[in-house]
Design a binder for this molecule. Structure first.
Ligand SMILES: NC(=O)c1ccc[n+]([C@@H]2O[C@H](COP(=O)([O-])OP(=O)(O)OC[C@H]3O[C@@H](n4cnc5c(N)ncnc54)[C@H](OP(=O)(O)O)[C@@H]3O)[C@@H](O)[C@H]2O)c1
Length: 287
């Protein structure tokens, strides 16, 4: 039932928690966010995905990392929990911009270590390639951070198969995080899911239930709803179980800002879809 994060030696429950909705615009109170993280852990999630830029703007960098650190510090059962963060973006005036320069990545990693309150980050992901910086230079910075022991494992996000291979020639890559859900199947069209599956690299579909705006599509989709009705579960759970069934390297990280969302998503870990369910879903969402 547990799934490996590539060949890192780390294994986690098949559904993780995405931290972004707890720190961007429209975020919940800190007390509600802490309750949501604790509910996710109580429900069996032990992978939390975050980033330095899950915040309001550049003055708020590290908001989500500090929140997660606070939630974990309040408990004594956090030994096996994997926190994956990212560097390589900035939030000037609340915008999302790339900065893959090695000096920025080094500074960002140091700030993430402080925000998370750890001596080493278990999984550090390059948030996105920066068009203004040779990709190999950004990845090289992460390889140096790994050699220095500041990060244990390197992951990538928003990358192509070609970029995965450039990176793997520089440093072992244990995970790839790209957008992927029933309504955005580009991760199959561009071959990234297939490549990760063939090479044993964990694939973390982001916005797995459609994202902040797209979640309404999942909520109202007829096929997801019909399959859910047969099992007495939400269309969100059906979506997550379908993703899990698509590849053994899948590790969806649904976001949540409410306890109910986190608990519902966690229940997808034990939802077993039948061959008939999967055939119906695959016909509706061909990959
Ligand atoms: N690498 C990247 O570039 C990138 C980009 C985007 C996201 N991410 C990561 O991926 C994670 C997930 O993506 P996302 O947050 O954009 O989108 P998502 O997981 O598709 O959707 C998140 C929203 O859907 C709702 N939701 C989730 N599960 C639900 C359930 N079981 N029942 C009802 N509602 C549910 C939540 O609502 P409530 O808020 O009301 O609980 C949440 O805000 C993020 O949190 C972040 O860690 C990475």
């Amino acid at each position: 039932m547990r799934r490996n994060i590539g060949n890192s030696g780390l294994s986690v429950a098949p559904i993780g928690l995405g931290g972004m909705p707890m720190s961007i615009g429209g975020r919940p109170s800190e007390a509600d966010a802490l309750r949501t993280i604790h509910a996710a852990l109580d429900a069996g999630m032990d992978l939390i995905d975050t980033a330095d830029v899950y915040c309001l703007d550049d003055d708020d960098i590290g908001h989500n990392e500090r929140l997660i650190a606070k939630a974990l510090a309040a408990r004594s059962d956090t030994a096996g929990i994997v926190v994956a963060t990212k560097g390589g973006l900035e939030r000037p005036g609340g915008d999302w911009t790339t900065n893959g320069r090695p000096d920025h990545l080094r500074r960002a990693c140091d700030k993430s270590l402080t925000a998370l309150g750890v001596a080493q980050i278990q999984l550090y992901q390059l948030h996105a390639p920066d068009d203004d910086v040779p990709f190999a230079e950004s990845v090289g910075a992460l390889a140096e951070l790994r050699a220095a022991g500041k990060i244990a494992h390197v992951g990538l996000s928003n990358v192509s198969v070609e970029e995965i291979e450039i990176a793997r020639a520089i440093v072992p890559i244990v995970s790839v995080q790209n957008r992927c859900n029933p309504f955005d199947r580009s991760a199959w069209d561009d071959g990234v899911v297939q490549h990760c599956t063939a090479n044993g690299i964990a694939f973390l579909p982001y916005s797995p239930v459609g994202g902040g705006r797209g979640k309404a599509k999942v909520a109202t989709d007829k096929v997801l709803g019909a399959v859910g009705k047969r099992h007495g579960v939400s269309p969100f759970q059906v979506t997550l179980a379908w993703l899990l069934a698509k590849s053994p390297v899948m590790l969806p990280i649904p976001g949540a800002s409410k306890v109910a969302s986190a608990v519902d998503s966690a229940a997808a870990m034990t939802l077993v879809l039948t061959a008939a369910d999967l055939a119906e879903l695959d016909a509706a969402f061909p990959t």
